[in-house]
Design a protein around this ligand. Sequence first.
Ligand code: GDP
Length: 265
Amino acid sequence: MRDIRRALLEADVSLPVVRSFVKNVTEKAIGIGVIKGVRPDQQLVKVVNDELVKLMGGEAADIDYSKSKPTVILMAGLQGVGKTTACGKLALYFKKKGKKCMMVATDIYRPAAIDQLVTLGKQVEVPVFEAGNQIKPDEIARLGLAEAKKRSVDILIVDTAGRLQVDKGMMDELKQMKKVLNPSEVLLVVDAMTGQEAAALVSAFNLEIGITGAILTKLDGDSRGGAALSVREVSGRPIKFVGQGESMEALEPFYPDRMAGRILG
Ligand code: GDP
């Protein structure tokens, strides 16, 4: 168990999450009969692996589609985590599934954020609703939603402004947008390189705005992806997608079994 604890910490799983996980698995493993021909340590690794998969949700989780059009996906997350990129990737992902998509640009603070989404929209051939940077984000969201209804859009993806750190202004803005949009999904975009801090971050967003799931980005980097475990443990919500590169194709559903293998190393 000491080795497992070390592996989880090296994979950047948050310490409190590691503690409760190790305790849980230890209780589960004690009393299990040794299978002939299998080494006890291999058997233990299997128990750990199964528990990791279970903790991360078992199966890949799909998006919650709303009964009436459009299904709204509100994106949240700190600046630089890959939120705008993830909007473009999601739009392409759903477009390939035959869904009519639209994106909304509400980041009125970061210079060129709106242009960035418009450019991605062109690249994946999905329209982007924008209203400049002179009106408030929740008002842009309201206009975007009305436009999506008019155009009979299936999936509306709303990009939002991040901040460098968790910040009251950002949370208030997200709360306001959530009220206006009544989204089926509030997806928190988490950079896999966030490491140990992922748990506190997810907890803050979940307490403030209530997330329905997360997207883990930059898994093409060195990170072993321990943040995935922290997200689930802290919020009870699944990771729904992972980003594995800068290209618009680099998005796939989250498979807990693959991630368990990666975390254990
Ligand atoms: P935002 O501020 O959260 O909207 O972040 P951006 O979408 O602008 O992304 C910040 C940077 O991370 C950009 O250079 C992206 O190309 C890059 N990026 C986003 N997702 C990924 C990913 O999955 N892998 C890698 N390697 N880079 C990514």
